[in-house]
Design a protein around this ligand. Structure first.
Ligand SMILES: [Zn+2]
Ligand SMILES: [Zn+2]
Length: 459
Protein backbone atom coordinates (compact mmCIF):
# COMPACT_ATOMS: atom_id res chain seq x y z
CA UNK A 1 0.00 0.00 0.00
CA UNK A 2 1.33 3.42 -0.98
CA UNK A 3 1.92 5.93 1.73
CA UNK A 4 -0.89 8.42 2.03
CA UNK A 5 -0.18 11.99 1.18
CA UNK A 6 -1.09 13.16 4.62
CA UNK A 7 1.24 10.71 6.23
CA UNK A 8 3.65 12.45 8.55
CA UNK A 9 7.30 11.77 8.33
CA UNK A 10 8.10 9.95 11.50
CA UNK A 11 11.22 10.76 13.38
CA UNK A 12 13.99 8.23 13.64
CA UNK A 13 13.05 5.97 16.52
CA UNK A 14 14.85 6.33 19.81
CA UNK A 15 17.08 3.44 20.70
CA UNK A 16 14.74 2.26 23.41
CA UNK A 17 12.22 -0.25 22.19
CA UNK A 18 8.46 0.14 22.42
CA UNK A 19 8.28 -2.67 24.87
CA UNK A 20 8.60 -2.87 28.58
CA UNK A 21 11.89 -3.73 30.19
CA UNK A 22 12.95 -7.32 29.69
CA UNK A 23 11.91 -9.22 32.76
CA UNK A 24 14.05 -11.84 34.38
CA UNK A 25 12.61 -14.94 32.83
CA UNK A 26 14.06 -18.36 32.43
CA UNK A 27 12.69 -21.38 30.68
CA UNK A 28 13.66 -23.76 33.38
CA UNK A 29 11.89 -23.88 36.74
CA UNK A 30 11.67 -20.37 38.11
CA UNK A 31 9.17 -18.39 40.09
CA UNK A 32 6.49 -18.09 37.48
CA UNK A 33 5.36 -14.83 38.94
CA UNK A 34 8.65 -13.43 37.76
CA UNK A 35 8.22 -14.82 34.29
CA UNK A 36 4.75 -13.47 33.74
CA UNK A 37 4.20 -10.39 31.65
CA UNK A 38 2.82 -8.43 34.54
CA UNK A 39 3.25 -4.86 35.64
CA UNK A 40 5.14 -6.07 38.66
CA UNK A 41 8.39 -6.80 36.98
CA UNK A 42 8.04 -6.03 33.27
CA UNK A 43 7.39 -2.39 33.78
CA UNK A 44 9.88 -1.80 36.52
CA UNK A 45 12.71 -3.99 35.44
CA UNK A 46 14.76 -6.44 37.37
CA UNK A 47 17.01 -4.16 39.34
CA UNK A 48 14.32 -1.67 40.22
CA UNK A 49 13.00 -4.38 42.52
CA UNK A 50 15.70 -3.11 44.81
CA UNK A 51 14.02 0.30 45.05
CA UNK A 52 11.27 -1.26 47.12
CA UNK A 53 13.22 -4.07 48.76
CA UNK A 54 16.98 -3.43 48.84
CA UNK A 55 18.87 -6.59 47.90
CA UNK A 56 15.88 -8.42 46.40
CA UNK A 57 17.39 -8.85 42.92
CA UNK A 58 20.45 -10.52 44.45
CA UNK A 59 18.26 -12.78 46.55
CA UNK A 60 16.43 -13.97 43.44
CA UNK A 61 19.65 -14.73 41.57
CA UNK A 62 21.01 -16.55 44.57
CA UNK A 63 17.88 -18.66 44.98
CA UNK A 64 17.97 -19.58 41.31
CA UNK A 65 21.64 -20.57 41.55
CA UNK A 66 22.74 -17.76 39.27
CA UNK A 67 25.59 -15.35 39.54
CA UNK A 68 24.37 -12.38 37.57
CA UNK A 69 21.54 -10.91 35.61
CA UNK A 70 23.61 -11.59 32.48
CA UNK A 71 23.51 -15.26 33.31
CA UNK A 72 19.80 -15.00 33.84
CA UNK A 73 19.43 -13.38 30.42
CA UNK A 74 21.58 -16.09 28.90
CA UNK A 75 19.24 -18.78 30.15
CA UNK A 76 16.30 -16.76 28.89
CA UNK A 77 17.82 -16.79 25.43
CA UNK A 78 18.29 -20.52 25.49
CA UNK A 79 21.94 -20.63 26.56
CA UNK A 80 23.49 -22.82 29.22
CA UNK A 81 24.40 -21.01 32.40
CA UNK A 82 27.90 -21.31 33.83
CA UNK A 83 26.85 -22.10 37.34
CA UNK A 84 24.73 -25.06 38.35
CA UNK A 85 21.32 -23.85 37.43
CA UNK A 86 18.54 -26.27 38.15
CA UNK A 87 17.03 -28.09 41.04
CA UNK A 88 17.39 -31.53 42.51
CA UNK A 89 13.68 -32.15 43.05
CA UNK A 90 10.31 -30.40 42.92
CA UNK A 91 10.41 -29.73 46.67
CA UNK A 92 13.60 -27.73 46.23
CA UNK A 93 12.20 -25.83 43.30
CA UNK A 94 9.01 -24.80 45.10
CA UNK A 95 10.98 -23.97 48.22
CA UNK A 96 13.27 -21.69 46.27
CA UNK A 97 10.37 -20.13 44.43
CA UNK A 98 8.79 -19.33 47.77
CA UNK A 99 12.08 -18.03 49.13
CA UNK A 100 12.08 -15.27 46.53
CA UNK A 101 8.98 -13.90 48.25
CA UNK A 102 10.59 -14.01 51.66
CA UNK A 103 11.09 -10.45 52.85
CA UNK A 104 9.29 -8.49 55.54
CA UNK A 105 6.35 -6.74 53.87
CA UNK A 106 6.59 -3.93 56.41
CA UNK A 107 10.24 -3.12 57.12
CA UNK A 108 11.53 -4.83 53.91
CA UNK A 109 14.14 -6.86 55.78
CA UNK A 110 15.56 -9.85 53.91
CA UNK A 111 16.46 -13.08 55.75
CA UNK A 112 20.15 -12.13 55.60
CA UNK A 113 19.42 -8.87 57.41
CA UNK A 114 17.66 -10.41 60.41
CA UNK A 115 19.18 -10.94 63.83
CA UNK A 116 19.59 -14.57 64.86
CA UNK A 117 16.52 -14.56 67.06
CA UNK A 118 14.20 -13.52 64.24
CA UNK A 119 12.68 -15.52 61.38
CA UNK A 120 10.31 -14.46 58.63
CA UNK A 121 6.83 -15.91 59.06
CA UNK A 122 4.02 -15.69 56.54
CA UNK A 123 0.61 -14.14 57.10
CA UNK A 124 -1.57 -17.08 58.13
CA UNK A 125 -4.50 -15.90 56.02
CA UNK A 126 -2.90 -15.39 52.63
CA UNK A 127 0.40 -17.28 53.01
CA UNK A 128 1.76 -14.74 50.61
CA UNK A 129 3.51 -12.00 52.56
CA UNK A 130 6.11 -12.40 55.29
CA UNK A 131 6.90 -10.53 58.50
CA UNK A 132 10.02 -10.41 60.63
CA UNK A 133 7.90 -10.29 63.78
CA UNK A 134 4.48 -9.57 65.33
CA UNK A 135 5.23 -5.86 65.60
CA UNK A 136 5.77 -5.45 61.83
CA UNK A 137 2.72 -7.57 61.12
CA UNK A 138 0.55 -5.46 63.42
CA UNK A 139 1.77 -2.18 61.96
CA UNK A 140 1.29 -3.52 58.42
CA UNK A 141 -2.25 -4.84 58.90
CA UNK A 142 -4.11 -1.57 58.08
CA UNK A 143 -2.68 -1.67 54.55
CA UNK A 144 -2.36 -5.44 54.18
CA UNK A 145 -5.98 -6.12 55.14
CA UNK A 146 -7.12 -4.49 51.90
CA UNK A 147 -5.27 -7.03 49.75
CA UNK A 148 -4.87 -10.10 52.00
CA UNK A 149 -7.87 -11.91 50.51
CA UNK A 150 -6.76 -11.38 46.91
CA UNK A 151 -3.15 -12.28 47.70
CA UNK A 152 -4.38 -15.58 49.06
CA UNK A 153 -5.56 -16.40 45.54
CA UNK A 154 -2.23 -15.27 44.10
CA UNK A 155 -0.35 -17.69 46.36
CA UNK A 156 -2.49 -20.61 45.14
CA UNK A 157 -2.33 -19.58 41.49
CA UNK A 158 1.42 -19.32 41.36
CA UNK A 159 1.73 -22.97 42.37
CA UNK A 160 -1.12 -24.17 40.18
CA UNK A 161 0.40 -22.40 37.20
CA UNK A 162 3.07 -25.06 37.24
CA UNK A 163 0.50 -27.53 35.87
CA UNK A 164 0.20 -25.41 32.73
CA UNK A 165 3.96 -25.41 32.27
CA UNK A 166 4.26 -29.18 32.69
CA UNK A 167 1.29 -29.81 30.39
CA UNK A 168 -0.78 -31.50 33.10
CA UNK A 169 -3.46 -28.85 32.70
CA UNK A 170 -4.47 -28.63 29.06
CA UNK A 171 -7.00 -25.95 28.25
CA UNK A 172 -10.35 -27.13 26.95
CA UNK A 173 -10.64 -26.28 23.32
CA UNK A 174 -12.74 -26.91 20.24
CA UNK A 175 -15.42 -25.21 18.15
CA UNK A 176 -17.84 -22.94 19.94
CA UNK A 177 -21.31 -24.40 20.30
CA UNK A 178 -22.85 -20.95 20.75
CA UNK A 179 -22.76 -17.99 18.33
CA UNK A 180 -20.19 -15.30 18.97
CA UNK A 181 -22.74 -12.59 19.77
CA UNK A 182 -24.12 -14.70 22.63
CA UNK A 183 -20.73 -15.26 24.24
CA UNK A 184 -20.15 -11.72 25.46
CA UNK A 185 -18.05 -12.36 28.57
CA UNK A 186 -16.51 -15.04 30.78
CA UNK A 187 -19.83 -16.01 32.36
CA UNK A 188 -21.34 -16.94 29.02
CA UNK A 189 -18.08 -18.52 27.86
CA UNK A 190 -18.01 -20.79 30.95
CA UNK A 191 -21.68 -21.66 30.41
CA UNK A 192 -21.00 -22.58 26.80
CA UNK A 193 -18.01 -24.79 27.71
CA UNK A 194 -20.15 -26.26 30.54
CA UNK A 195 -19.91 -30.03 30.83
CA UNK A 196 -16.73 -30.41 28.79
CA UNK A 197 -14.99 -27.93 31.05
CA UNK A 198 -16.23 -29.58 34.25
CA UNK A 199 -14.85 -32.91 33.04
CA UNK A 200 -11.49 -31.33 32.24
CA UNK A 201 -11.23 -29.61 35.61
CA UNK A 202 -12.30 -32.74 37.49
CA UNK A 203 -9.65 -34.76 35.71
CA UNK A 204 -6.95 -32.24 36.65
CA UNK A 205 -8.14 -32.07 40.25
CA UNK A 206 -7.96 -35.86 40.55
CA UNK A 207 -4.64 -36.23 38.75
CA UNK A 208 -1.34 -37.50 40.12
CA UNK A 209 0.21 -34.25 38.98
CA UNK A 210 -2.07 -32.34 41.35
CA UNK A 211 -1.25 -34.69 44.21
CA UNK A 212 2.47 -34.39 43.53
CA UNK A 213 2.25 -30.62 43.25
CA UNK A 214 0.78 -30.21 46.72
CA UNK A 215 3.01 -32.87 48.20
CA UNK A 216 5.98 -30.81 46.99
CA UNK A 217 4.59 -27.38 47.73
CA UNK A 218 5.39 -27.27 51.43
CA UNK A 219 1.92 -26.14 52.42
CA UNK A 220 -1.44 -27.89 52.94
CA UNK A 221 -3.51 -28.70 49.87
CA UNK A 222 -6.49 -26.31 49.67
CA UNK A 223 -10.09 -27.50 49.28
CA UNK A 224 -11.23 -28.72 45.84
CA UNK A 225 -13.38 -25.65 45.18
CA UNK A 226 -10.40 -23.39 45.86
CA UNK A 227 -8.31 -25.39 43.39
CA UNK A 228 -11.06 -25.43 40.81
CA UNK A 229 -11.47 -21.65 41.01
CA UNK A 230 -7.73 -21.33 40.57
CA UNK A 231 -7.79 -23.49 37.42
CA UNK A 232 -10.56 -21.30 36.04
CA UNK A 233 -8.57 -18.14 36.74
CA UNK A 234 -5.53 -19.64 34.99
CA UNK A 235 -7.73 -20.51 32.07
CA UNK A 236 -9.02 -16.93 31.74
CA UNK A 237 -5.43 -15.74 31.95
CA UNK A 238 -4.35 -17.98 29.08
CA UNK A 239 -7.35 -17.24 26.86
CA UNK A 240 -7.69 -13.54 27.58
CA UNK A 241 -5.45 -12.52 24.68
CA UNK A 242 -7.07 -14.47 21.83
CA UNK A 243 -10.54 -13.55 23.09
CA UNK A 244 -9.58 -9.90 23.41
CA UNK A 245 -8.42 -10.00 19.77
CA UNK A 246 -11.84 -11.43 18.91
CA UNK A 247 -13.56 -8.69 20.89
CA UNK A 248 -11.62 -6.13 18.85
CA UNK A 249 -12.45 -7.75 15.52
CA UNK A 250 -16.14 -7.65 16.34
CA UNK A 251 -16.29 -4.18 17.86
CA UNK A 252 -14.18 -2.63 15.11
CA UNK A 253 -16.32 -4.30 12.45
CA UNK A 254 -13.46 -6.13 10.73
CA UNK A 255 -14.51 -8.22 7.72
CA UNK A 256 -13.82 -11.82 8.75
CA UNK A 257 -14.87 -13.15 5.34
CA UNK A 258 -12.04 -11.35 3.57
CA UNK A 259 -10.42 -13.37 0.80
CA UNK A 260 -7.04 -14.62 1.91
CA UNK A 261 -7.88 -14.35 5.61
CA UNK A 262 -7.06 -11.68 8.16
CA UNK A 263 -3.71 -10.40 9.34
CA UNK A 264 -3.38 -9.17 12.92
CA UNK A 265 -0.30 -7.54 14.40
CA UNK A 266 0.51 -7.77 18.09
CA UNK A 267 2.85 -4.82 18.61
CA UNK A 268 5.44 -4.49 21.33
CA UNK A 269 5.28 -8.22 22.01
CA UNK A 270 7.61 -8.87 24.92
CA UNK A 271 10.16 -11.58 25.38
CA UNK A 272 8.06 -13.39 27.96
CA UNK A 273 4.91 -13.11 25.92
CA UNK A 274 6.52 -14.86 22.96
CA UNK A 275 8.56 -17.23 25.10
CA UNK A 276 5.41 -18.59 26.68
CA UNK A 277 3.34 -18.59 23.49
CA UNK A 278 3.02 -21.81 21.51
CA UNK A 279 1.27 -22.61 18.27
CA UNK A 280 -2.31 -23.34 19.21
CA UNK A 281 -2.49 -20.70 21.93
CA UNK A 282 -4.61 -18.47 19.71
CA UNK A 283 -6.85 -21.25 18.41
CA UNK A 284 -9.71 -19.96 20.56
CA UNK A 285 -9.79 -16.92 18.28
CA UNK A 286 -10.54 -19.22 15.35
CA UNK A 287 -13.25 -21.10 17.25
CA UNK A 288 -14.87 -17.76 17.97
CA UNK A 289 -15.48 -17.21 14.24
CA UNK A 290 -16.62 -20.47 12.59
CA UNK A 291 -16.06 -20.45 8.85
CA UNK A 292 -13.31 -17.84 9.00
CA UNK A 293 -10.78 -17.76 6.18
CA UNK A 294 -7.67 -17.83 8.34
CA UNK A 295 -6.00 -15.57 10.90
CA UNK A 296 -2.34 -14.71 10.71
CA UNK A 297 -1.20 -13.28 14.05
CA UNK A 298 2.22 -11.63 13.81
CA UNK A 299 4.01 -10.71 17.04
CA UNK A 300 6.34 -7.78 16.53
CA UNK A 301 8.82 -6.52 19.11
CA UNK A 302 12.54 -6.07 19.67
CA UNK A 303 12.54 -8.78 22.33
CA UNK A 304 10.60 -11.49 20.50
CA UNK A 305 12.08 -14.79 21.73
CA UNK A 306 14.46 -16.63 19.41
CA UNK A 307 12.69 -19.94 19.97
CA UNK A 308 9.40 -18.37 18.99
CA UNK A 309 10.81 -17.02 15.72
CA UNK A 310 12.13 -20.44 14.83
CA UNK A 311 8.95 -22.28 15.72
CA UNK A 312 6.61 -20.08 13.74
CA UNK A 313 5.14 -21.04 10.44
CA UNK A 314 5.51 -19.27 7.11
CA UNK A 315 3.30 -21.54 5.03
CA UNK A 316 0.33 -20.02 3.18
CA UNK A 317 -2.66 -19.20 5.34
CA UNK A 318 -5.32 -21.91 5.14
CA UNK A 319 -9.01 -21.14 5.77
CA UNK A 320 -10.04 -22.09 9.28
CA UNK A 321 -6.51 -21.98 10.69
CA UNK A 322 -4.78 -19.60 13.08
CA UNK A 323 -1.13 -19.06 12.24
CA UNK A 324 1.36 -17.44 14.60
CA UNK A 325 4.62 -15.88 13.60
CA UNK A 326 7.09 -13.45 15.03
CA UNK A 327 9.21 -10.56 13.81
CA UNK A 328 11.99 -9.09 15.87
CA UNK A 329 12.32 -5.35 15.51
CA UNK A 330 10.69 -1.98 16.02
CA UNK A 331 7.20 -1.76 14.62
CA UNK A 332 7.79 1.21 12.33
CA UNK A 333 10.86 -0.52 10.87
CA UNK A 334 8.82 -3.69 10.40
CA UNK A 335 6.19 -1.57 8.69
CA UNK A 336 8.64 0.00 6.25
CA UNK A 337 10.51 -3.21 5.50
CA UNK A 338 7.71 -5.75 5.45
CA UNK A 339 4.32 -4.10 5.09
CA UNK A 340 5.05 -1.20 2.76
CA UNK A 341 7.09 -3.45 0.49
CA UNK A 342 4.19 -5.90 0.30
CA UNK A 343 6.05 -8.82 1.85
CA UNK A 344 3.43 -9.05 4.55
CA UNK A 345 -0.24 -8.26 4.18
CA UNK A 346 -1.59 -4.99 5.49
CA UNK A 347 -2.95 -5.52 9.02
CA UNK A 348 -6.70 -5.68 9.49
CA UNK A 349 -6.15 -4.83 13.12
CA UNK A 350 -3.23 -3.99 15.39
CA UNK A 351 -3.24 -4.86 19.08
CA UNK A 352 -0.87 -3.80 21.85
CA UNK A 353 -1.24 -5.56 25.19
CA UNK A 354 -0.17 -3.21 27.99
CA UNK A 355 1.97 -0.84 25.91
CA UNK A 356 2.46 1.25 29.05
CA UNK A 357 3.18 4.49 27.19
CA UNK A 358 1.38 6.40 29.95
CA UNK A 359 3.94 5.20 32.48
CA UNK A 360 6.99 7.25 31.55
CA UNK A 361 8.23 9.82 29.03
CA UNK A 362 10.82 7.29 27.83
CA UNK A 363 8.19 4.70 26.96
CA UNK A 364 6.01 7.38 25.41
CA UNK A 365 8.86 8.53 23.23
CA UNK A 366 9.41 4.94 22.13
CA UNK A 367 5.76 4.38 21.29
CA UNK A 368 5.11 7.72 19.60
CA UNK A 369 6.24 6.74 16.06
CA UNK A 370 4.08 3.61 16.23
CA UNK A 371 1.03 5.48 17.54
CA UNK A 372 1.35 8.13 14.84
CA UNK A 373 1.79 5.48 12.17
CA UNK A 374 -1.33 3.61 13.31
CA UNK A 375 -3.28 6.86 13.40
CA UNK A 376 -2.13 8.15 10.05
CA UNK A 377 -2.62 4.86 8.22
CA UNK A 378 -6.01 4.50 9.90
CA UNK A 379 -5.33 1.03 11.20
CA UNK A 380 -8.05 -0.30 13.51
CA UNK A 381 -6.17 -0.55 16.81
CA UNK A 382 -6.87 -2.00 20.24
CA UNK A 383 -4.71 -1.50 23.32
CA UNK A 384 -5.15 -2.92 26.79
CA UNK A 385 -4.17 -1.58 30.20
CA UNK A 386 -4.05 -2.97 33.73
CA UNK A 387 -6.43 -0.63 35.54
CA UNK A 388 -8.96 2.21 35.37
CA UNK A 389 -6.23 4.67 36.34
CA UNK A 390 -4.08 3.52 33.43
CA UNK A 391 -7.13 3.72 31.20
CA UNK A 392 -7.69 7.37 32.08
CA UNK A 393 -4.03 8.28 31.62
CA UNK A 394 -3.75 6.45 28.29
CA UNK A 395 -6.97 7.97 26.95
CA UNK A 396 -5.69 11.44 27.73
CA UNK A 397 -2.52 10.80 25.77
CA UNK A 398 -4.41 9.43 22.77
CA UNK A 399 -6.85 12.34 22.77
CA UNK A 400 -3.89 14.74 22.83
CA UNK A 401 -2.57 12.94 19.74
CA UNK A 402 -5.90 13.61 17.97
CA UNK A 403 -6.57 9.91 17.77
CA UNK A 404 -10.19 9.02 17.08
CA UNK A 405 -11.40 6.86 19.99
CA UNK A 406 -13.98 4.28 18.93
CA UNK A 407 -14.67 2.87 22.36
CA UNK A 408 -13.09 2.05 25.71
CA UNK A 409 -14.00 0.42 28.99
CA UNK A 410 -13.74 -2.72 31.10
CA UNK A 411 -12.66 -5.75 29.08
CA UNK A 412 -15.21 -8.58 29.36
CA UNK A 413 -12.36 -11.01 28.58
CA UNK A 414 -9.76 -9.64 31.00
CA UNK A 415 -7.69 -12.13 32.93
CA UNK A 416 -9.37 -13.00 36.23
CA UNK A 417 -6.06 -13.98 37.79
CA UNK A 418 -4.80 -11.32 40.22
CA UNK A 419 -1.23 -10.15 39.66
CA UNK A 420 0.71 -9.21 42.74
CA UNK A 421 3.05 -6.26 42.56
CA UNK A 422 6.00 -8.39 43.44
CA UNK A 423 8.27 -6.11 45.43
CA UNK A 424 5.37 -4.15 46.91
CA UNK A 425 2.84 -6.81 47.92
CA UNK A 426 0.42 -4.47 49.66
CA UNK A 427 -0.25 -2.61 46.46
CA UNK A 428 -3.65 -3.50 44.99
CA UNK A 429 -3.25 -6.51 42.68
CA UNK A 430 -4.05 -5.84 39.03
CA UNK A 431 -5.52 -7.90 36.20
CA UNK A 432 -4.04 -8.36 32.73
CA UNK A 433 -5.93 -6.55 29.99
CA UNK A 434 -8.42 -5.24 32.56
CA UNK A 435 -9.51 -2.41 30.26
CA UNK A 436 -9.27 -1.70 26.56
CA UNK A 437 -9.20 1.28 24.21
CA UNK A 438 -10.04 0.99 20.51
CA UNK A 439 -9.15 3.71 18.08
CA UNK A 440 -9.16 4.34 14.37
CA UNK A 441 -7.42 7.15 12.54
CA UNK A 442 -7.52 10.78 13.46
CA UNK A 443 -10.29 12.75 15.14
CA UNK A 444 -9.80 15.39 12.44
CA UNK A 445 -11.13 13.01 9.76
CA UNK A 446 -14.01 14.47 7.70
CA UNK A 447 -15.97 11.21 7.39
CA UNK A 448 -16.14 10.50 11.09
CA UNK A 449 -19.91 10.81 11.22
CA UNK A 450 -20.36 8.07 8.62
CA UNK A 451 -17.81 5.95 10.38
CA UNK A 452 -19.62 6.28 13.66
CA UNK A 453 -22.86 5.11 12.04
CA UNK A 454 -21.06 2.14 10.57
CA UNK A 455 -19.61 1.22 13.94
CA UNK A 456 -22.99 1.45 15.64
CA UNK A 457 -24.45 -0.87 13.02
CA UNK A 458 -21.55 -3.27 13.22
CA UNK A 459 -21.56 -3.94 16.97
ZN1 LIG B 1 9.79 -6.29 59.58
ZN1 LIG C 1 -2.32 -11.91 54.42
Amino acid sequence: MAPRSRRRKHKKPPSVAPVTVTPPTVVAPVPLTLSKPGPSIDALGFFSLDNNVPGLSQLILQKLNMKSYEEYKLVVDGGTPASGFGFQCPQEMFQRMEDTFRFCAHCKALPSGLSDSKVLRHCMRCRNVYYCGPECQRLDWPSHRKVCKELRLVAVDRLMEWLLVTGDFILPSGPWSWPVDVVQDWDTWFSMRGLQLDATLDAVLGSHAMTNLWASAGRPRPDPDVLQDSLKRLLTDALSRPLTLGLGLRALGIDIGKTGGNTLHVVGASHVETLLTHSGDYDELGYMFPGHLGFHVIMVGVDVATGFLQSTSTSPLEPGTVQLSGHRGLYHDFWEEQVETGHIAHPDMVVAFHPGFHASPVLMEAWLPTLLLLRDYEIPTLITVYSQQELAASLQILVDLDVYIISYGANPFRSLKPEQVYSNPNKQPVYCSACYIMFLGSSCHPDKMQLEEKMNDGV
